[in-house]
Design a protein around this ligand. Structure first.
Ligand SMILES: *Cc1c(COP(=O)(O)O)cnc(C)c1O
Length: 347
């Protein structure tokens, strides 16, 4: 079952909305076995969104946005994206049998990131200019032609993404004390907060979590309070200088009594390795930012030991293995028999 079927009564869908899915959502809420113990936290969980069909939480929102576009009669979907949004859009377009067009800035075309979109059959256009130019052109075109705009300014994306908050409450029986997640364009923190509030209003939970957002130090507009002209970080999914849902993020932070803070790339990559090697969970760098922030908050004594804390692992580590591999030992080259091998391994 996908998120539309599972949470239909909480979503802007009706009898005329086609029910498409790739069985997205229903991702595991994995209890920590080792990191929680090391930090002295009794109730630490990871919401493992990398297990969505295209490897990130983007699928939750995309399935709703594509269904609504189909309902409105669109046969062509378009977005400006080099990453997880394009992968997700292309997959659901393939599923629904409609055209997908991805526009990327020509100088910044990274084939490994576009490999999913290309495999799913999207047409990829490398447009001269930077990302802002690409997005502006896509917005202009979609306002003139019957082509659906699938970037996160499409409100149906956030509607679908809020289902992750529902799932957490459904599993825990109530909202957690802390929800910690990465913040890029800030759509996801906005969507989670909406989801928690709606479930609370519907009597499905007795409380609301504190919303804690992690940005990367080189791309931390919300933390610094002004847009960043040239955002820089290893965590490409949160390399955003002027978030589309800026106000949604600050509302979530302020209404929930939470915070948004920045972590360094070094902290991010260390947290990523620690997560993989001590929990068996491989997440992309952006997903490790909230864990890096949690480490710091625990060090500073800001999280109670018995607090129920959920860290959202937004995307799969397989999305960007190059970034991760800089921090692990390379394979050992060896020419020898079992005895030599045993010696090298100190068995
Ligand atoms: C899109 C994305 C983010 C950032 O989410 P926003 O809604 O832009 O704040 C973080 N991690 C991953 C893996 C993503 O794909």
């Amino acid at each position: 079952m996908g998120v539309i079927a599972r949470y239909r009564e909480h979503l802007p869908v009706g009898p005329a909305t086609p029910e498409i899915d790739l069985q997205e959502g229903s991702t595991p809420l994995v209890p920590s076995r080792n990191i929680g113990k090391a930090l002295g936290l009794k109730n630490l969980y990871f919401k493992y969104e990398g297990l969505n069909p295209t490897g990130s939480f983007k699928d939750r929102g995309m399935v709703v946005a594509v269904a609504k576009a189909l309902e409105a009669g669109s046969r062509v979907l378009m977005c400006a994206s080099t990453g997880n949004t394009s992968a997700s859009m292309a997959a659901y377009a393939a599923r629904a049998g409609v055209r997908a067009i991805v526009v990327v800035p020509s100088g910044e075309i990274a084939m490994n990131k576009l490999s999913q979109a290309l495999m799913y059959g999207a047409k990829v256009i490398a447009l001269k200019g930077n990302f802002d130019t690409a997005l502006e052109t896509v917005r202009d075109l979609t306002s003139r032609y019957n082509v659906a705009l699938m970037n996160s300014v499409n409100p149906n994306r956030l509607e679908g993404q809020k289902t992750a908050a529902f799932e957490i409450v459904d599993v825990l029986g109530d909202a957690p004390d802390y929800l910690i997640l990465p913040v890029g364009n800030a759509g996801n923190i906005t969507a989670y907060w909406k989801g928690f509030r709606e479930y609370h209003a519907a009597g499905r939970s007795t409380r609301l979590p504190r919303m804690v957002g992690a940005q990367a130090e080189g791309a931390a507009p919300i933390v610094s309070g002004h847009p960043v002209a040239h955002p820089k970080t290893v965590a490409s999914a949160i390399r955003i200088g002027n978030p589309a849902s800026w106000e949604g993020a600050t509302s979530a932070r302020d209404e929930s009594g939470g915070m948004i803070a920045a972590v360094t790339d070094t902290e991010i990559l260390q947290a990523q390795v620690q997560l993989a090697s001590s929990e068996g969970l491989f997440a992309e760098p952006a997903s490790a930012a909230p864990l890096a922030l949690l480490f710091r908050l625990v060090r500073e004594g800001k999280i109670a030991k018995d607090a129920i804390t959920v860290v959202v692992l937004t995307g799969s580590g397989l999305k960007d293995p190059d970034a991760a591999l800089k921090n692990v030992e390379p394979p050992i080259e060896l020419d020898g028999d079992a005895r030599t091998l045993a010696k090298v391994l100190k068995l």
